[in-house]
Write a protein that binds this ligand. Structure first.
Ligand SMILES: [Zn+2]
Length: 589
């Protein structure tokens, strides 16, 4: 959210022609009412970068970068939103207003809070670095040496040390004028049950976690002693830090990732440190949990090829498998490096060096192949039962592959492996894939990253058929939106309804988070509407009512089990509500 008055930004956007701006960086060819060119954000040979001057957005079908004219400058010039505004104003000869003047009170407070939190983290990072260099950091330095992390790497990663004292950082921060309230919110300090306020990180090796632009937004603290728990203590979520939207190390490797065309996904800070120090390959770390679709989209700005390099015991299961499945579903090419049992990239590189590691990378196996092997190993395909189990597991994965040709190819591999006819497997996969797509009429609850077909239709409408989409959106209430993947987008669109409809697509794109703006442009860049907005809104309404109805039914079942006689009154009331809902659902058809 900008600190410039919104009116100014809206006016500037009207004057700043996106086509003119983009063309300074990218040669574009006209294609109908749109323009096409080679994407500046990933390397490609056939143009998948599109600009829609009429609606004021760009989108790349290859790497999914997308947004309005401000976003283009942010990405291309690697600047923040404020700087993008300044650059555009200068280019188009528009005088900048006094910054912050006219910004809403809330917006300003929000901006100030974030700024304060970022500053506190900056001071904390510097403090931890100083402590690592100080005499008290001797043991931490020794531990880094034992892990073969040299001084230069430690400096580049910004590593530090939090001494065992309870208020070392607290005193530094208070002295710098930060309020206690802000520091508690930053998560750098914690309040104990006794009321005492102390440093969160004590006696830990400190790893700063940064945005991809480089600002420190959180820390991971590794224990110094075996008995210290937890082994890794991480910052809590704050207004500037969301674990699910951050990839460790991306700020340091993003240029190399773009250049080499792939990223190696590793598990921990020290895997990353070793990869980075030895320059084995550009890496990012997921830090133990399964990737979220936001993280996948973040990575997508830099590459669409990922090599997973986890401990081999973990590669086929748990968080690693979920991450791979998600990446496949997001259209990434995913490979898996298999190291020896008990070895992670950190240990492997220290023992065998970066050249051997790169050799393993070159021999990495496509994830889907790897899965096939894993799932097939130990199964006897002479048994129907084994074949069915194998097919079941593989179908789930296959149905998520977004590209039809790649899906068919995988089907053929499955068929070959399980000795089933190709046509049968292809048909099964198609069935499974369609089942996922026709979510409009199902009661499927949104899981992360899954956006309903109807939501996409509504989003497409917001950009291309604004008036109708708006009318459709007005039919939905807060509860309808509550569990939708696109909730933030819809809520924001609704909050903009007092502006002009014509400006809505661009105001929406500008105010959305990067991830959501990309989502919107990726949907808007497709040429045909997924479905009419009103129909989509009704489908979403139906989904919610169906869900309510199921909840009522569960409650009825529960009460009946407790004794229908005793709860007759309540059960009757619930039956009535269920009937009303049914009536309303039928009314939608
Ligand atoms: Zn691209």
């Amino acid at each position: 959210m900008g600190l410039f008055p919104q009116q100014f930004i809206d006016d500037l956007r009207l004057q700043a022609n996106i086509l003119q701006v983009v063309q300074e960086y990218v040669p574009l060819r006209r294609a109908g009412t749109k323009y096409k060119g080679l994407c500046p954000f990933h390397s490609e040979k056939t143009p998948s970068f599109h600009v829609d001057p009429e609606k004021g957005f760009f989108h790349c079908f290859g790497c999914r970068a997308g947004g309005d004219v401000f976003k283009f400058l942010e990405l291309h010039e690697q600047v923040g939103f404020q700087d993008a505004v300044r650059m555009l104003a200068q280019k188009f000869g528009v005088t900048l207003p006094e910054e912050r003047e006219g910004a809403s009170e809330d917006g300003r407070r929000d901006g100030q809070l974030r700024e304060g939190l970022l500053k506190a983290h900056e001071v904390a990072a510097a403090h931890f670095r100083e402590q690592l260099a100080a005499p008290s950091g001797a043991r931490a330095r020794q531990q880094l040496r034992e892990r073969s992390v040299n001084a230069q790497t430690a400096e580049q990663l910004g590593l530090g040390f939090a001494p065992p004292s309870r208020d070392g950082l607290k005193l530094v921060l208070l002295k710098q004028g930060f309020t206690q309230a802000l520091l508690l919110q930053s998560g750098l300090l914690v309040q104990r049950d006794s009321g005492e306020i102390v440093d969160r990180f004590r006696n830990r090796l400190m790893v700063p976690i940064c945005r991809d632009t480089g600002s420190v937004i959180a820390f991971g603290g590794r224990s110094m002693d075996a008995e210290q728990i937890p082994k890794y203590l991480n910052s809590s979520e704050t207004p500037i830090y969301s674990k699910g939207r951050t990839l460790y190390g991306l700020n340091l490797t993003k240029a190399a990732i773009r250049q080499s065309g792939f990223a190696v996904l590793v598990e921990g800070y020290f895997d990353f440190a070793q990869m980075f120090q030895s320059q084995a390959a550009p890496a990012v770390a997921s830090c133990g949990t399964a990737l979220t679709s936001q993280q996948a989209q973040l990575l997508r700005r830099f590459t669409s090829r990922v090599v997973l390099s986890y401990d081999p015991d973990a590669a086929g299961e748990g968080a690693a498998a979920r991450s791979c499945d998600l990446l496949v579903a997001e259209g990434f090419d995913v490979n898996v490096v298999v190291l020896d049992r008990g070895e992670d990239p950190d240990i492997f590189i220290r023992k065998q060096g970066p050249d051997r590691y790169r050799e393993r990378l070159r021999n990495s196996q496509p994830y889907l192949e790897y899965l096939l092997d894993q799932a097939a190993s130990g199964l006897d395909f002479g048994h129907d039962d084994s074949r069915r189990r194998f097919l079941g597991r593989m179908l789930t994965v296959a149905s998520r592959i977004p590209d039809a040709a790649a899906r068919d190819q995988f089907a053929d591999r499955i068929a070959h492996k399980a000795r089933i006819t190709e046509d049968v497997v292809r048909a099964e996969i198609r069935k499974a894939a369609v089942g996922r797509r026709t979510a409009v009429t199902t009661r499927e609850l949104p899981s992360f990253g899954s956006m309903k077909y109807a939501e996409k239709g509504l989003i497409w409408g917001l950009i291309h058929n604004t008036k109708e989409a708006f009318a459709a959106l007005a039919e939905l209430d807060g509860e309808d939106l509550e569990s939708l993947a696109g909730r933030e987008i819809f809520e924001l669109a609704r909050s903009l309804n007092n502006g002009s409809l014509e400006l809505l697509p661009s105001s929406l794109l500008q105010r959305l988070s990067t991830v959501n703006a990309q989502l919107v442009t990726s949907i808007a860049a497709t040429t045909a509407s997924p479905a009419p907005p009103l129909e989509c809104a009704r489908a979403l309404k139906r989904i919610r009512w169906e869900r309510d109805r199921a909840a009522i039914q569960r409650e009825i079942d529960r009460l009946q089990e407790l004794g229908a006689a005793r709860n007759g009154h309540e059960i009757d009331a619930l039956w009535q509500r269920k009937k009303d809902l049914l009536h309303r659902i039928e009314g939608l058809n």
